[in-house]
Design a protein around this ligand. Structure first.
Ligand code: ATP
Ligand code: MG
Length: 580
């Protein structure tokens, strides 16, 4: 609707290059122009403005990386501002979690943390200014009537019968609204703009509503609350914001943003003039991102909380084991555009794999143990065998791994009657135990029900590193854990939370919860981990050989670790890239 430079820039042209010839996003291109023109004294000042009505998610991370990133790339500043204009839905819990999440992602608002509610007094004074200029009026229509009077995209609206109230009457009524003389919903303050505007947002939008509710910061001081479209531009102005970056659905609100800035005397000389710029929000496959839907998942116990490792919240990703660097890398790679699209969740998984491939220590863990007794290995002997911590990163060094007569291997690594191409353990077959010996299977032990209880193997004493037969080739190499040294652990494996690529696309009669993946969490309670995996200090993340990347969960107890699988080893993203 708003025909201006932003919408007319085709994306290819809008994306320029920086001083080093590297591509920059279209917002940086706009900033470059503004800096050249000396706009706002060539300052760059952005803000991240979450509404404290839920936990931040990966979509917010995109906005955080963009706003803080633009500020730091341009020698500017970025504020954290809580958009707390809606008293009934906001809670201190969310304010705290949002700060923790922004910090964890690695950004610093350098003490500039504000609340829209800090501006309730100036915003009220600005409303008085608008009334005094004849640009706002008190309207007694009900919400439903206002909707009816507004018209449609094809039909103009109708003037409210209260539109021509005198300035004096408006001032009197507005002050009495503030004084608490009227019940909720009985009156509103509206901008007097144009009921026949082709832009519905400009048809005398509501600026203030009456709501007698307690606010988490201002208490019972206010019973009128400003609407987002009014509070946001003026909060930006009062914080000297220069570039107010938001998502595309606000494009049609931009004329109203500009109207508020242009019709209120907030101190342009001192604060400069903010400009709204829209970009495409992040949509991620197999994920919902609306706070309303995320809250429903939590409140209706479809997940274990806001930080459930399956949630796309920052706290969920953190608990799952994602690193801040991997999330920032993801936000870099998806870029910033003006066209809505869906990003493949495999790209996010690819980013954490790339990080952990270099940085995570490899350890051995058996998820579904099967006991192996090495019958020709001395009883009561333990050998400490050297093994590399990360073959991709030799600087991470080596460690010693205990080996003994009884070990665990994966149940899946044995088949009694395997197909031809099965290169793991089979009756009469041989495998190498990673960083240890070659073993051969001699006997399968079963209980009275026929279930396999253990395997009896023999080892080749010369086949360990440095031995005479160390170089002997066998097809399969298995991970293993010494029974006497194993730490029992719980392991939680995750799949996508939803089975449908776009769970927001609800079929008739269905809701997004109908697309929840019933197998999104699998809990394995009898896993066995090598002793170094029991060191749960700090934010340790491991590659369990052949099983994926894991990190300890806060549910862990001393001696009883619980691990989340962050991602498996297979990388469908790089496969897609290579095929493409
Ligand atoms: P709600 O779901 O409650 O409507 P919201 O997703 O807009 O809210 P806010 O707390 O208002 O959440 O968002 C704070 C900032 O994060 C806004 O600037 C918003 O544009 C941005 N943001 C929210 N969701 C995304 C997303 N999926 N991708 C990119 N930016 C987002
Ligand atoms: Mg919002």
């Amino acid at each position: 609707m708003s025909m201006d430079s932003q919408e007319h820039l085709p994306e290819e042209l809008a994306n320029g290059v920086d001083n080093n010839g590297l591509p920059v996003n279209f917002i940086q291109t706009i900033i470059n122009e503004d800096l050249k023109a000396g706009k706002n004294n060539s300052r760059v000042h952005t803000r991240f403005p979450p509404e404290p009505n839920g936990y931040l998610h990966i979509g917010h991370a995109k906005s955080i990386c963009l706003n803080f990133g633009l500020a730091s790339a341009n020698g500017g500043k970025c504020n954290l501002r809580f958009d707390d204009t809606n008293p009934s839905k906001e809670e201190v819990e969310y304010v705290d979690s949002i700060q923790a999440d922004v910090k964890w992602l690695g950004f610093d608002w350098e003490g500039r943390m504000f609340y829209a509610s800090d501006y309730f007094e100036p915003l009220y004074q600005f409303a008085i200014q608008l009334i005094e200029q004849g640009k706002a009026y008190v309207c007694d229509l009900s919400a439903e009537e206002i909707r009816q009077y507004r018209g449609t995209l094809t039909e103009p609206g109708k003037d409210s019968p209260y539109r021509e109230r005198s300035i004096e009457e408006n001032l009197d009524l507005f002050k009495r609204m503030k004084a608490g003389e009227f019940p909720d919903g009985s009156r509103v303050l509206r901008a007097k703009i144009d009921m026949s505007s082709p832009n519905l947002n400009m048809r005398d939008p509501v600026l203030y509503r009456i709501q007698n509710s307690h606010h988490h910061r201002t208490g019972d001081k206010w019973c009128i609350y400003p609407m987002y479209d009014y509070a946001h531009p003026l909060s930006d102005a009062l914080e000297s914001i220069t570039h107010s970056v938001c998502t595309l659905e606000f494009s049609d609100h931009r004329p109203l943003y500009d109207w508020a800035i242009d019709n209120v005397d907030y101190g342009y000389e001192k604060y400069g003039r903010p400009q709204q710029i829209e970009f495409a929000r992040l949509n991620l496959s197999y994920t919902v991102m609306s706070k309303r839907k995320l809250r429903a998942l939590v409140e209706q116990n479809y997940v274990r909380g806001w930080d459930d490792p399956r949630m796309p919240t920052i706290s969920g990703l953190r608990r799952r084991g994602y690193t801040p660097a991997s999330i920032r890398d993801f936000c870099d790679r998806i870029g910033v555009a003006r066209r809505n699209s869906m990003v493949d969740i495999a790209l996010l998984e690819h980013c954490i794999r790339e990080d952990l491939n270099i940085n995570a220590m490899r350890i051995m863990a058996v998820l579904k143990p099967l006991k192996v007794v090495i019958t020709n290995y001395p009883q009561d002997q333990t050998e400490w065998l050297e093994t590399e911590n990360n073959p991709e990163n030799p600087a991470m060094g080596t460690r010693l791994l205990p080996f003994s007569r009884e070990i665990y291997i994966e149940q899946d690594d044995f088949m009694e009657d395997p197909p031809k191409k099965f290169f793991r353990l089979r009756p009469g077959g041989e495998v190498r135990l990673k960083s240890a010996y070659i073993i051969s299977l001699h006997e399968v032990i079963k209980d009275e029900t026929g279930a396999i209880t253990e395997l009896h193997c023999q080892y080749d004493p010369d086949s360990k590193s440095g031995g005479a037969t160390a170089g002997r080739k066998v097809k399969g190499t298995l991970h293993w854990v010494s029974v006497a040294h194993a730490v029992p652990a719980e392991v939680r494996l995750y799949e996508h939370l939803f089975t449908r690529e776009n769970p927001d696309e609800e079929e008739e009669g269905k809701s997004f919860v109908d697309y929840l993946n019933s197998g999104s969490m699998q809990i394995l309670t009898s896993c066995m981990v090598e002793p170094s995996g029991a060191d749960l200090q700090g934010e340790s993340r491991y590659q369990f050989l052949r099983q994926g990347y894991f990190c300890p969960d806060p549910d862990s107890k001393p001696g009883a670790p619980v691990f989340n699988r962050i991602v498996g080893l297979r990388d469908s993203w790089s496969k897609i890239k290579h095929q493409g």
